[in-house]
Design a protein around this ligand. Structure first.
Ligand SMILES: [Zn+2]
Length: 414
């Protein structure tokens, strides 16, 4: 018997999970380690047990559903994504990947197919990073093999403590089996919505993601001297805003124009003391910088530093640049990408190879085991928004790709 994705079951599941933390506007508010997140995890664990699968969680509350294979001592092939959402998030970001992965497992069970490798479905903890920063906590700790010590101080904006919320979340599923963080896995495959416009624009149902661009977050602080806006003549001004404006003007006009693959964004800009009639003492802004190549990111950081240095000197200010975070670019496994190509060919689905602009759990897991991703189109490229929408046919096509490539890959361990 051949394994077949049960469309109706998959689409109903997507609806059922969208009701957990569902918002009046049709989106989802199911932030990491919240009540709603615990409910969604609880539902997945119940569905898993109803099918006789074992359920595990590790100290980071990553949730695993396991179906044994012919060689159960071999490291499992892992498929999944995340169940947490943005505060005004959509119903497909993350959930589609977990629920399609569970559908793959159920369809194998329905057809009585035994894979060589054990198969596991995973829901990684706190991918979004909106309640507790940074994002992708579950997958990055899994790849590291331990919880970074600095996370013990992490708090949500409302004061909730990460460590406590993690404990409550683990306790809510106390009847699952505990396992250590970062067990060996053979490979990882993640289905996700594209969160960009390419697939929809090209009219292609499946993106085979060959890598994820690198991201650097910088914080720039320019310090001058606060003084009266009306009485301070030009020669006496040490205005950090002048330096920031001039440096950013040149960066905006050059960085992205010279290389279309660069993403350069200033998303936070704070002036202190922030008074209408005072020259600011300090200007603090962030830069989100992205590119597929580490060498280019290094070079761009140097250009940014040089531009700021030049304007700092011209304006008589002081400055500092600090790296807030860094995610190196990822190149996915050729073996897995070949499995994905073969699966698409077998299913008669058109695909394009693409790079992910956003980070995903797969970026971190790729540091530990061969990984790859499948993208499906979302309407207008919109995500992190309650209006996020994926055509049912595209959800199903994504699940079929996940099933076919899982069969390819678990037959022949990468
Ligand atoms: Zn996501």
């Amino acid at each position: 018997m051949q394994a077949e994705i049960n469309e109706h079951r998959l689409l109903e599941r997507i609806d059922a999970f969208a009701r957990i933390g569902g918002t009046p506007a049709g989106g989802v508010n199911r932030q990491a380690l919240s009540q709603e997140d615990r409910q969604a995890r609880g539902l997945l664990a119940r569905l898993a047990r109803a099918r006789g699968f074992r359920v595990f969680q590790d100290p980071m509350a990553n949730l695993f559903v396991r179906r044994e294979g012919r060689f159960s001592s071999l490291p499992p092939f892992v498929i999944g994504s995340h169940l947490d959402s943005q505060p005004t998030g959509g119903r497909f970001d993350g959930a589609l990947g977990v629920l399609a992965a569970f559908e793959v497992m159920e369809s194998l069970e329905d057809a009585g197919i035994e894979t060589d490798l054990p198969l596991e479905v995973v829901a990684w903890t706190n991918e979004e990073g909106s309640r507790f920063a940074p994002g992708a906590m579950g997958s990055s700790a899994f790849a590291l093999g331990h919880i970074p010590p600095e996370w013990t101080d992490v708090r949500a904006r409302n004061g909730a403590h990460l460590t406590e919320e993690l404990k409550l979340t683990l306790d809510a599923l106390a009847d699952t089996e505990a396992r250590p963080l970062g067990i060996g896995i053979s490979a990882y495959l993640e289905l996700h919505i594209e969160q960009g416009p390419t697939l929809e624009r090209e009219g292609v149902p499946i993106g085979i993601v060959h890598g994820i661009q690198g991201t650097r977050w910088l914080e720039v602080v320019l310090t001058g001297q606060a003084a009266h806006a009306g009485t301070t003549p030009l020669a006496f001004r040490r205005d950090p805003m002048v330096a920031a404006a001039a440096a950013l003007d040149r960066l905006y006009k050059s960085v992205m124009q010279k290389d279309e693959r660069v993403r350069f964004t200033v998303g936070r800009f704070v002036l202190e003391p922030g008074s209408v009639n005072a020259i600011p003492e300090t200007v603090t802004f962030t830069i989100d910088l992205r590119h597929p190549e580490t060498a280019v990111l290094d070079a761009l950081e140097e250009i940014i530093a040089a531009e700021i240095e030049e304007e700092r000197v011209a304006s008589g200010c002081t400055s500092s640049i600090r790296r807030l975070s860094e995610m190196e670019p990822a190149s996915f496994s050729d073996t897995l990408l070949t499995c994905l190509d073969r699966a698409a060919e077998h299913l008669g689905l058109t695909t394009i190879r693409m790079l992910s602009g956003a980070f995903h759990d797969a970026l971190f897991i790729n540091r530990k085991a061969p990984s790859a991703m499948i993208f499906v189109p979302c309407r207008d490229g919109l995500s992190h928004n309650e209006a996020e929408y994926v055509e049912p046919g595209h959800c199903v096509a994504g699940a079929r790709m996940l099933l076919a490539s899982t069969l390819e890959a678990t037959r022949q361990a990468p």
